[in-house]
Write a protein that binds this ligand. Structure first.
Ligand code: NA7
Length: 537
């Protein structure tokens, strides 16, 4: 194999979360490349390093929210709960880093500021925030999809006399809510996890809701010995299921239509799913995400459940004032979320009809009231998918910036490459199905495809791969077509559309055609000699 000139590395990987750790393992230990990871944080873990907010837990079930590439790792690691809590996932990723001796090639506390492609040398030159320079033949972004905090620019925030936090940049020492009046903005998956936990200790919690959100009980519980045994004995079968399903979860979507069963049968099936809990609820019928009438049956069921839980009818009405079909925004799952509104120390405020006008030294002022607060929690989500990529100054061929290339929204081929940016791979990039999928399943596929691609180039003495503009064109059209075949674009405020960040181009970013189908598309592209890519020496 040809080694890159001078001190250049074969590959630089940005980020040491689920993606970056596995990508390093593949490139270094399976391909024997000189590879290094640059990580902004002072530890590995990515999402699970930063998201330490109260109640932070994964919505995927633990036996599927893990790597499948190593049988030894699967056998030695033991999950304790149905859904892993943030500290446990962080311990797992640290274990992986140690077990595969990855740390020696990870530079922590190293934020990438800029990356420039040098055409003559066919090298990526990377500059870190502290001014260090590194170069590599291949640059792989493993920066996550939900890693750039979205803190809304509400006037007066700088004048707030109390403390404020974004859930995705939570202080490591934690936050003590005892005796405090807390305001939380946001009722997405994160906000819905945080509310019950904050309410348990705060003097008072005021939740500022802009859009009512659906949620289904998670039914989290410790795993018993029998289940743990079953998981260890069946990892191969679990992997086969997660690889064959639309969303990478260890359950399959029913092949029944919600409209072909009797109302009684439908009710019974929803009841069963509600009792079982978790993201499986949306798998109750095959057509919930494609047929509005089918979706309406889920909406009716969930409304009735919420109304039965929440005692105050005004609060219940606000919590069920949905403006989008069920699961067209990422559906949260919860532990006692709706029940928490029955506590005396919790108030729900509707900021759809009376928006937040400003933050004052003493709290939050909406159009019609002032709420005195000691702490504000921003559970306001992320500049999803493109945010972490665009905040780096990435320049491809001829100095083309990624900002310019994506001026009207992200354009990729398979979510993996951008035309004009040779040898740059974006793990779980926009245009991939990753955010609609159980993440480790998507990540393993991406990282393996990229490693196979680099091996293919090396074996043929090729130095460069770049997505062809016409392939990007076709993929963007395919992503749009797939989205339009579903109800997902109907959720006007969804982060899938970039609608949660003011000024962000409205483009439906994830590929909705399903993970299994996407995998076969990627395999086909590779089998046909990397169709749609230009490979050169
Ligand atoms: P989300 O799902 O983007 O939720 C953010 C929430 O914050 C949502 O309820 C937003 O209301 C609300 N929000 C955002 N900006 C504002 C302003 N300016 N005023 C009032 N309310 C606001 O982020 P999460 O962190 O909960 O979840 C992200 C993903 O992590 C999740 O989908 C899983 O994949 C894991 P809106 O709906 O926009 O009206």
């Amino acid at each position: 194999s040809k080694r890159v000139d001078g001190d250049a590395l074969d590959a630089l990987i940005i980020g040491a979360g689920f993606s970056g750790l596995y990508q390093l393992y593949l490139l270094r230990d399976r391909l024997g490349l000189k590879a290094q990871v640059l990580e902004a944080a002072d530890g590995v873990g990515g999402t699970w390093y930063w998201n330490r907010y109260p109640g932070a837990r994964c919505d995927s079930e633990s036996h599927s929210y893990c790597y499948s590439f190593s049988k030894e790792l699967q056998q030695e690691w033991e999950w304790t709960e149905r859904y892993p809590e943030q500290p446990e996932i962080l311990r797992y990723l640290n274990h992986v880093a140690d077990r595969f001796d990855l740390r020696r090639d990870i530079r922590l506390g190293t934020r990438v500021a800029a990356a420039r492609y040098d055409e003559a040398g066919n090298l990526w030159h990377v500059t870190t925030a502290s001014g260090d320079h590194l170069s590599a033949r291949f640059l792989i972004t493993a920066v996550g999809c939900l890693s750039t905090a979205n803190v809304p620019k509400i006037p007066g925030l700088e004048s707030f006399a109390g403390s404020w936090y974004h859930t995705g940049e939570w202080p490591h020492e934690g936050v003590d809510f005892r005796g405090k009046r807390v305001g939380q903005i946001g009722t997405g998956s994160t906000g819905i996890q945080a509310v019950p936990v904050i309410a348990a200790t705060a003097q008072h919690l005021t939740v500022f809701q802009r859009t009512a959100n659906y949620s289904v009980p998670a039914r989290n519980a410790p795993l018993d010995a029998a289940f743990k045994r079953w998981v260890k004995d069946n990892y191969d079968a679990i992997r086969d299921v997660t690889r064959a399903t639309t969303n990478g979860h260890p359950f399959t979507i029913s092949d029944r239509s919600a409209l072909e069963v009797t109302p009684e049968e439908r009710q019974a099936l929803y009841e069963q799913a509600w009792e079982k809990g978790g993201l499986q609820f949306r798998a109750t019928f095959r057509d919930l995400l494609v047929d509005k009438a089918a979706n309406d049956t889920a909406v009716d069921f969930l409304k009735a459940k919420i109304r039965a839980i929440v005692k105050d009818p005004k609060t219940a009405a606000l919590l069920t004032a949905f403006d989008h079909p069920y699961a067209t925004k990422r559906p949260p799952i919860d532990t006692d979320y709706f029940e928490t509104y029955n506590r005396d120390n919790v108030t729900l405020v509707d900021v759809r009809t009376a928006p937040i006008e400003r933050i004052t030294p003493g709290g939050i002022r909406t159009r019609d009231a002032e709420y005195p607060l000691d702490i504000i929690v921003f559970a306001t989500g992320f500049d999803a998918m493109t945010g972490p990529l665009l905040r780096m100054d990435i320049r491809g061929r001829g100095g083309l910036t990624l900002q310019e290339a994506w001026d009207a929204g992200p354009r990729t081929y398979l979510g993996l490459q951008v035309a004009g940016f040779p040898n740059l791979f974006t793990v779980t990039g926009p245009g991939s199905p990753s955010v609609l999928c159980n993440m480790p399943v998507a990540i393993e596929q991406h990282a393996e495809w990229i490693a196979d691609c680099i091996a293919h180039l090396r074996d043929r003495g090729l130095q460069r791969i770049e997505a062809k503009p016409e392939a990007v064109e076709r993929w963007v059209a395919q992503v749009n077509e797939a989205a339009d075949a579903t109800l997902l674009p109907q959720a006007a405020s969804s982060w899938y559309l970039g609608a949660n960040v003011p000024g962000k181009p409205r483009v439906f970013m994830p590929y909705t055609g399903g993970m299994a189908h996407y995998r076969s598309i990627c395999d086909g592209v590779a089998a046909r000699g990397y169709e749609g890519f230009a490979l050169t020496d």
